[in-house]
Ligand binder design. Structure first.
Ligand SMILES: NC(=O)c1ccc[n+]([C@@H]2O[C@H](COP(=O)([O-])OP(=O)(O)OC[C@H]3O[C@@H](n4cnc5c(N)ncnc54)[C@H](O)[C@@H]3O)[C@@H](O)[C@H]2O)c1
Length: 377
């Protein structure tokens, strides 16, 4: 099957089973909220993002898109986006794509990880506003205060943590794990590092699949909540010594750094459900391994001195995104919020700084989703 046919089939599946964005597209085609504006978009270029872009372009405007990471860029999606008239920049790395998007001087932007927002700040640009979708991005924008432009934080609303982070990631991660390794989780030991909404979902879906789950979490409140969720809690270091499957969900660089990787037992399989490609120090493994074997698609086994074997999935990038796995529903739902957020910012001047979701936006997104979910079949 060609890339175009595969991507079209995935879009058709979204259209058939969760057409939540189409209502917005129809509305935007009539109201043209983005007419006359340049909008920069820096997201993972998956079919789910394509489903969003297909609708937003109906609202007018010039859309300039850069890829959040080569690891999460689907070439078929890039090609399809270009047929929609989008300017898509992938470059050699994510930075090149951002440079092209910044050069277009966007008036609005949508961002993952506040990468585009940071680049706009570095260039002294002051767009009308942006939307940030991730926890990591919100943490990063808070390090750049005071902001000269508004950034809508959809990560801390009521919907995104509860639906996409808490349920979407875990639900998508484990089928991808089984597809790549052939392993089922039943009776296996899983260590989840980080118990925010993402880690909590990853742990809960692992337990539902029959795994024994331990949680390592630095924040005592979240660690206690994990306990009352019925999970064994622990410090990372002793747990790593007995771990078989380790998932990071922290958004923190080198959560599994040299010291942690050095303690993993033979046969460990490690993966990330968090942000970017640096929660696991894959470079350390590469530099210290005696042999590196690609043993399957997205599966690399490192044999360390002494014979210990550690397997890394998706090169340490968030597996659910790289494998584009699981139900697209939760991500589509937060893309509804992203679209509504851009529409909101397009229609008015908003004060600079981090913005909470305006009253009514999440309710509108929820109503749109419920209309699709509760429709007669
Ligand atoms: N893969 C995806 O599709 C997806 C979707 C949504 C969010 N994310 C990303 O996943 C990450 C987690 O999201 P979240 O909303 O749960 O974030 P969060 O910040 O609410 O939770 C992360 C938790 O990790 C803990 N932590 C950090 N370093 C630790 C360490 N070394 N050991 C133990 N605990 C540690 C923190 O105390 C915190 O409670 C973020 O980077 C977010 O951007 C990924």
């Amino acid at each position: 099957m060609s890339d175009h046919a595969r991507v079209s089939a995935e879009l058709a599946r979204i259209d058939a089973f969760f057409p939540v964005l189409q209502g917005l597209g129809t509305r935007w085609a009539a109201s043209r909220p983005f007419e006359g504006l340049t909008i920069g978009v820096h997201l993972h270029l998956t079919t789910i993002t394509l489903a969003l872009m297909r609708e937003v372009v109906l609202g007018g405007g010039r859309w300039v898109v850069s890829a959040a990471s080569p690891a999460t860029t689907d070439p078929g999606v890039v090609e399809y986006m270009r047929t929609l008239g989008l300017e898509v920049h992938t470059g050699r790395g994510s930075k090149d794509g951002i440079a092209a998007t910044v050069a277009a001087e966007p008036m609005l932007f949508a961002d993952v990880g506040f990468a585009l927002g940071s680049a706009l700040l570095d260039e002294g640009q002051c767009p009308r506003g942006g939307v940030e979708i991730t926890r990591t991005g919100v943490n990063r924008l808070r390090n750049r205060l005071p902001l000269p432009f508004p950034v809508l934080n959809i990560s801390d609303g009521r919907l995104k943590p509860a639906v996409e982070s808490r349920r979407g990631v875990g639900e998508g991660l484990w089928p991808a794990y089984t597809n790549l390794t052939g392993q089922h989780l039943s009776g296996r030991m899983v260590l989840v590092v980080g118990y925010g909404p993402v880690g909590a979902g990853v742990a809960s879906f692992a337990r539902a699949a029959g795994a024994t789950v331990e949680v390592a979490e630095n924040d005592p409140v979240r660690r206690l909540i994990a306990h009352y969720d019925g999970l064994a809690t622990t410090d990372a270091v002793p747990a790593l010594k007995r771990a078989r499957i380790v998932v990071t969900a922290t958004g923190r660089k080198h959560t599994l750094g040299a010291a942690e990787l050095a303690t993993l037992p033979d046969g460990s399989i490690i993966l990330s459900a968090g942000h970017g490609g640096d929660e696991i120090d894959v470079a350390w493994l590469r530099n210290n391994a005696e042999t590196v074997d690609q043993i399957g698609k997205l599966v690399v086994r490192y044999t360390l001195p002494g014979g210990r074997k550690v397997t890394v999935l998706a090169d340490g990038h968030p597996l659910n995104i790289v494998a584009n796995s699981g139900s697209p529903e939760p991500v589509l739902l937060h893309f509804v919020l992203l679209g509504l957020g851009l529409e909101y910012l397009a229609q008015r001047e908003s004060p600079p700084g981090e913005m909470e979701l305006p009253l009514g936006l999440e309710e509108e997104a929820a109503r749109l989703a419920l209309r699709v979910i509760e429709r007669p079949v």
